[in-house]
Ligand binder design. Structure first.
Ligand code: ZN
Length: 500
């Protein structure tokens, strides 16, 4: 490697680290907005976010970065494999940033904050009309961005932002196959009698819920020394591998929501905390994409957290916290209630079997919105129609329909498919881990997750962004993303509960 190349590489790495640290600070501002911000300060924060987005954009698009990349690409043969991965990803990000005018980035960021607060209000009041102008703006911003990027297809462009290499051409057949495969499973379940006592989960004191789930989160391996778990309206995992910020929420009458949300976010956090930190801000310290991220949250939430072995260990502890509430519930009833399948309106509360239908609904609508087949004003009706088709019911209100998710208000179109792709990947990884470690689930019966975490660290976390979701699936599970593993898993877990 020549002097110039060496110098360009070290300058680029120093720059990427600087961006990484600055973005992490922006992440803390976002976390603070969700956890602590007094309502009257929302407009002030929106302004701050706008300036911050502009600053980050300016830093990321410095002309020197382009020159370093040119130098490195010209001397590509002298780079190691890892260095090539760094350069390739830095180029991808730089080219995308450079095409966006700074004023656009600032304008969009400010609009996103305003839109978020408008959405919170609209959802509270079931008032789609007050949110519609913000949603229209969010969609216009996305269209404008796709134009700057000369994207051939605007929607595909955003899918690729969240999951490099992914496209509607890959997703369409996967989703079609999945919804076809889910149908008979769901039909069998829905034709069986629902034996869960309706008021099983009532009056669970919030303090006990929090104390219990903190024990679970710590047992999974979350490092509280470099991370926090706080309360927010919407559970999320943000921050940075060196300062991870998770949130969950509590409802005395819905204790499974806080627990499964916390296990889910812990899966994200374990991925973040397991990423290598040697080359901050580069592909060697970033997650593979959102599908890979969701695969990690799903494994801990579902394959682990809803399984019998998990509950074999934790049930006595759960009962110690909620002695009175669970006095008349036996172990079997508790397990069935945790794995209850029912068609319900809210995606984040959905069981594993119906969850992907909620995603398929949103995916179809996003594509219709981008193609202009559905106008913003017609969204509630279009949503309800798809809900009838896919889930068999009409939501009682827009709050339970098209206003339920945060993504669109923040302009995150193209993100939803990652959830289902993540579920596919989670099931594949689950079977691959169990093939390598056949008695893995016996560990969970002892509350021990070190071998699973170790397997995920080795096969997923440590690889960072060296490959995309499909590449990860092929290397770690021996096949590309497909629907077989997830359908097999759902049949194995749920049919025995509903066909006795
Ligand atoms: Zn998630």
């Amino acid at each position: 490697m020549g002097m110039d190349t060496r110098k360009a590489l070290s300058e680029l790495l120093a720059h990427q680290k600087r961006i990484d640290r600055l973005s992490a600070a922006a992440g803390i501002l976002f976390w603070d907005e969700q956890v602590n911000l007094p309502p009257g300060s929302a407009a002030f924060r929106a302004e701050q976010n706008g300036y911050y987005a502009e600053l980050l954009h300016r830093e990321s698009t410095l002309p020197e970065v382009g020159q370093w990349l040119d130098t490195l690409e010209a001397d590509r043969d002298s780079l190691s494999d890892d260095e090539r991965v760094i350069v390739k990803e830095a180029r991808r990000e730089y080219d995308r940033e450079v095409k966006l005018p700074g004023e656009f980035v600032a304008r969009r960021s400010k609009a996103r904050s305003e839109s978020f607060h408008a959405w919170v209000e609209a959802r509270k009041k079931n008032d789609f009309a007050s949110f519609a102008p913000h949603l229209r703006k969010a969609l216009d911003f996305s269209r404008e961005e796709a134009e700057y990027q000369d994207a051939e297809d605007a929607y595909d462009f955003f899918v690729d932002v969240y999951d490099p290499g992914m496209s509607t051409a890959v997703i369409d057949p996967l989703f079609a196959k999945l919804s076809e495969g889910l149908r008979p499973i769901l039909d069998t379940i829905l034709s069986a009698e629902d034996t869960t006592p309706p008021d099983l989960f009532r009056g669970f004191p919030v303090d006990g819920q929090e104390a219990f789930l903190r024990e679970v989160v710590a047992a999974f391996g979350f490092d509280f020394n470099v991370g926090r778990l706080d309360r927010a309206v919407h559970p999320f995992c943000g921050g940075h591998p060196l300062d991870t910020r998770m949130t969950t929420r509590y409802d005395p009458d819905n204790p499974l929501d806080s627990l499964s949300s916390a296990m889910h976010e812990t899966g994200h956090a374990l991925y973040e905390q397991g990423l290598p930190t040697d080359y901050p801000g580069t592909a060697l310290s970033h997650a593979a994409g959102m599908a890979a991220h969701e695969s990690q949250s799903r494994i801990w939430e579902n394959q682990v957290g809803r399984g019998r072995p998990f509950w074999r260990h934790w049930e006595p502890r759960y009962r110690a916290f909620f002695k009175e509430q669970l006095a008349k519930v036996d172990s079997d009833q508790l397990y069935r209630a945790i794995n209850r399948v029912a068609v319900t309106p809210i995606r984040v509360d959905a069981d594993e079997v119906t969850y992907n239908l909620h995603i398929i609904l949103r995916y179809g609508l996003e594509r219709d919105l981008f193609a202009g087949r559905v106008a913003i004003g017609d969204l509630p009706e279009a949503w309800n129609e798809r809900s009838r088709d896919l889930l068999g019911f009409t939501p009682a209100s827009d709050t339970e329909g098209c206003l339920q998710d945060v993504h669109w208000c923040e302009g995150m179109f193209g993100y939803f498919p990652s959830y289902t792709l993540g579920n596919l990947l989670a099931a594949q990884l689950w079977y691959a881990a169990k093939d390598t470690l056949p008695d893995l689930e016996e560990d969970f019966g002892r509350g021990d997750y070190t071998r699973l975490l170790g397997w995920l660290r080795e096969n997923v976390h440590s690889k960072a962004r060296r490959e995309n979701a499909n590449g990860l699936a092929e290397r770690a599970t021996g096949r590309p993303l497909g629907t077989e593993a997830l359908l097999r898993y759902l049949r194995e877990r749920y049919l025995p509960l509903y066909t006795t």
